[in-house]
Write a new protein. Structure first.
Length: 82
C-alpha cells in the first residue's frame, strides 16, 4: 500500500550515504579547531566592525550630551529675577 516515507521518489545518479544517529560524532574536531577559527575570524572582521561601532558610540554619546544640555535652563535668563 504505497511507498514508505524515505522512498517517495526515485532519483537517478545521486548517491546518498547515511549513518545511524548513534554512530555519528556530534562535534567532530570542534575543540581543536574552535580557537584558531575564532582568532582568524576576529582578525578578519576587526577592522570592518570596530570603526563602525566606535563611530556609532561617539554619535550616541554626543547626542545624549546635547540632549542633556538642551534640557537645562539658561542661568543668564534669570539673573535679574528677585
Amino acid at each position: 500500500m504505497g511507498r514508505h516515507f524515505g522512498n517517495l521518489a526515485r532519483i537517478r545518479h545521486i548517491i546518498t550515504f547515511s549513518l545511524p544517529h548513534f554512530e555519528q560524532k556530534a562535534f567532530p574536531n570542534f575543540f581543536p579547531d574552535a580557537l584558531p577559527n575564532t582568532r582568524r575570524r576576529f582578525r578578519g572582521l576587526f577592522f570592518r566592525v570596530v570603526p563602525h561601532v566606535v563611530l556609532v558610540y561617539m554619535v550616541y554619546s554626543w547626542g545624549n550630551y546635547v540632549h542633556e544640555q538642551s534640557k537645562r535652563k539658561n542661568p543668564a535668563d534669570y539673573e535679574n529675577d528677585e
